[in-house]
Unconditional design. Structure first.
Length: 44
């Protein structure tokens, strides 16, 4: 699975496949995972 900025170089990649591969990667990672919102509320 691509990580970080590499994911933006996939061109017309199927978004569903991207989400599935991220989900599978998260299930295999040891330790906590941090998810940040794509849009921040006012005040950040």
């Amino acid at each position: 699975m691509p990580h970080g900025k590499e994911v933006f170089h996939t061109g017309n990649a199927n978004l569903g496949q991207l989400h599935e591969s991220r989900w599978q990667w998260l299930e295999q990672v040891a330790g906590p995972a941090v998810a940040l919102p794509t849009e921040y509320p006012d005040g950040y």
